[in-house]
Design a protein around this ligand. Sequence first.
Ligand SMILES: CC(C)(COP(=O)(O)OP(=O)(O)OC[C@H]1O[C@@H](n2cnc3c(N)ncnc32)[C@H](O)[C@@H]1OP(=O)(O)O)[C@@H](O)C(=O)NCCC(=O)NCCS
Length: 195
Amino acid sequence: MSVAALETRTGVRIVADEHRPAREETPHVAAAAAGASKGSAEPAVERVTHQEVPAICALYKKVWDAEKTGLPVELVKTWQPTPLEFTSWMEGVTYFAARREGRVIGVVGCELRHGSGRLVHLVVDPDYRRQGVATALIAAEIDWAKRAGVPELWADALARFEAAHALFRHVGFTECGVLHRHDWNEDVRLFERLL
Ligand SMILES: CC(C)(COP(=O)(O)OP(=O)(O)OC[C@H]1O[C@@H](n2cnc3c(N)ncnc32)[C@H](O)[C@@H]1OP(=O)(O)O)[C@@H](O)C(=O)NCCC(=O)NCCS
């Protein structure tokens, strides 16, 4: 299999082969990871503990209450877990939380299954958007997935969630397909990022 390593005009390193999508060493993700370790303005991102479950459930409630107009009722109900439901989500998924001043402002999960990693249940508090919180969460997830030895991460988002699509592209994911009339009869777009 032929593999090519390219330097683009912007200096971004691309690794590609003829069968797989390009893997970009995304500068935003590297900056988020470096910023977190240097204690800069990046939010603190750490693994979720059981003590944080009530705060995390309150965040999911806040986010999906704000977004629920026009969404299927069952979807909103599913994505606003009770503490008991979230505890059962934690059994198969590793969650990371972003905090500012001790407050949980973002959450993401990583499910490792059949040798690949799936990004799930990503939300950021509406009061803290466009500040790099999701980017920092995904940087932590990528770091963790790499350490776990999986070769790729994938993610899905309803076709109507354009902010999520823009975010996934921003952190180096490539769109790789659409599931039509999928969960709750909604089109779902698929993204992947080679690690
Ligand atoms: C999608 C979401 C997680 C983004 O969180 P965020 O912390 O605001 O994202 P970031 O600040 O890290 O954004 C990084 C980049 O992604 C892109 N992006 C993020 N939100 C965007 C938006 N609303 N519109 C366009 N681009 C956007 C931009 O390129 C942005 O960089 P910039 O701010 O320098 O332009 C947040 O909007 C959210 O929680 N939405 C509701 C829940 C949801 O859709 N979850 C995903 C389900 S799969």
